[in-house]
Design a protein around this ligand. Structure first.
Ligand SMILES: *Cc1c(COP(=O)(O)O)cnc(C)c1O
Length: 385
């Protein structure tokens, strides 16, 4: 079933109360800032001694950064803009890691001057840029993860193969950098903690190889992957984090500094999108499926429907009526703007143009992905409660 009205654990009643009465004239992401604090504390309780670096790209809304600074979170930034955002909200530069493995020289220089000391790399040329623009910096080498079991894998584009890691460590030393450890990303929306085991085995083997070669390792960055509720049961953040840390400790023993970089798991459940049906139609009188066109689509916030990888949940005021399958599409004049077709979505048979459609648990990777004015549609609006 794709239609699920209630989450694995309490949905935000503040969000629901707001959604019940709010009148908006365009697709709007509503964020519950208290829920961000709850997620941070729940993840922290599970992750124990690991330091949380919130992956800013998941949702860079200013109030989220401000709140997480107040909670004591550290940050993983992907760009100069994200570093500037964190600094503007009072984050300490020493608590920001520059985790993108693809950085412009000028942005590295900016980060270095701002006081950022920890950088990611997965290639020799990246180490050379860091050495030139942030001399003496700490670097961790990102390892390529194969066979990710995540719903939204990040494999292949990032990280280097195991055989290259020792060469990069030696090169970093030769360049005057301080190679302090390893990072990886298990893949976004890794639904169960057990799915981490194989990846951790692989990284632990590389870790021990480096130690045997005489490198002193102090940083293990376990990346993101912490799941949100999209209809399939997931563990609570505390239990999930604790199970992952058990798997880490089994393999790595006592590591001085473990970093975790939750993005989705921190903010997805802190938001919902208020959208609207614009058209309900059939292509012929005997068509078995209705087409439902929303006022939000692939280019205005729902980019993660690509490949139907992330399956959002929809609720409408007519959900007590009989339900039937729909092909769901966005409003733009672009044929790629179809959200779900391979696996249709169940919506009320009575749904019609103008009806409110709420898209649940959409606090991550929505507003940040929305285009500025493609087809003349405004970018996703954001309201913070
Ligand atoms: C995107 C990203 C994250 C966050 O991933 P989630 O699956 O959203 O938790 C963490 N670390 C790095 C380096 C990333 O690029």
């Amino acid at each position: 079933m794709t239609h699920v009205a209630h989450g694995a654990f309490a949905l935000s009643s503040r969000l629901d109360a707001f959604a019940a009465t709010a009148v908006v004239d365009r697709p709007t992401l509503v964020l519950d800032i208290e829920r961000v604090s709850m997620q941070y504390r729940a993840l922290k309780a599970g992750l124990g001694f690991a330091r949380i670096h919130y992956a800013v790209k998941a949702n860079p809304t200013r109030e989220i950064i401000e709140r997480l600074v107040a909670e004591g979170s550290c940050f993983d930034a992907a760009s100069r803009g994200e570093i500037e955002l964190c600094l503007s909200q009072g984050a300490d530069a020493a608590h920001i890691s520059f985790g993108n493995t693809v950085k412009k020289a000028g942005d590295i220089a900016f980060a270095h001057q701002a006081g950022v000391t920890l950088f990611a790399a997965d290639a020799e040329e990246e180490l050379e840029k860091i050495a030139d623009n942030a001399p003496g910096a700490e670097v961790y080498i990102r390892v390529l993860v194969e066979n990710s079991q995540a719903d939204w894998p990040l494999s292949r584009k990032f990280g280097c193969r195991a055989t290259m890691v020792p060469e990069l460590f030696d090169r970093a030393v030769a360049l005057g950098l301080r190679p302090v450890g390893l990072s990886f990303h298990v893949g976004s929306q890794t639904r169960r903690p057990e799915m981490w085991a194989g990846v951790l085995d692989h990284v632990a083997e590389i870790w021990r190889g480096l130690q045997a070669a005489g490198h002193e390792l102090s940083v293990l960055n376990i990346g993101g992957g912490f799941p949100a509720f999209y209809g399939d049961a997931v563990e609570t953040p505390t239990r999930y984090g604790a199970q992952v840390m058990d798997l880490v400790t089994e393999r790595f023993g006592a590591v001085p500094r473990v970093m975790a970089e939750p993005g989705r798991g921190m903010v997805a459940e802190a938001g919902l999108i208020l959208a609207e049906a614009v058209l309900v139609s059939k292509k012929s009188a005997d068509d078995t499926h209705r087409w439902v066109y929303l006022d939000i689509g692939r280019f205005s916030g729902l980019a993660e429907t690509e490949g139907e990888a992330i399956r959002y949940q929809f609720t409408t005021p007519r959900d007590h009526d009989a339900m039937g399958p729909c092909i769901l599409a966005g409003p733009s004049c672009d044929s790629a703007d179809v959200l779900y077709e391979k696996r249709p979505v169940m919506l009320p048979m009575t749904l019609k143009a103008g009806d409110r459609v709420v898209i649940r648990n959409t606090g991550a990777y929505t507003s940040a992905y929305s285009s500025v004015g493609f087809n003349g549609f405004p970018p996703l609006d954001v309201i913070v409660l």
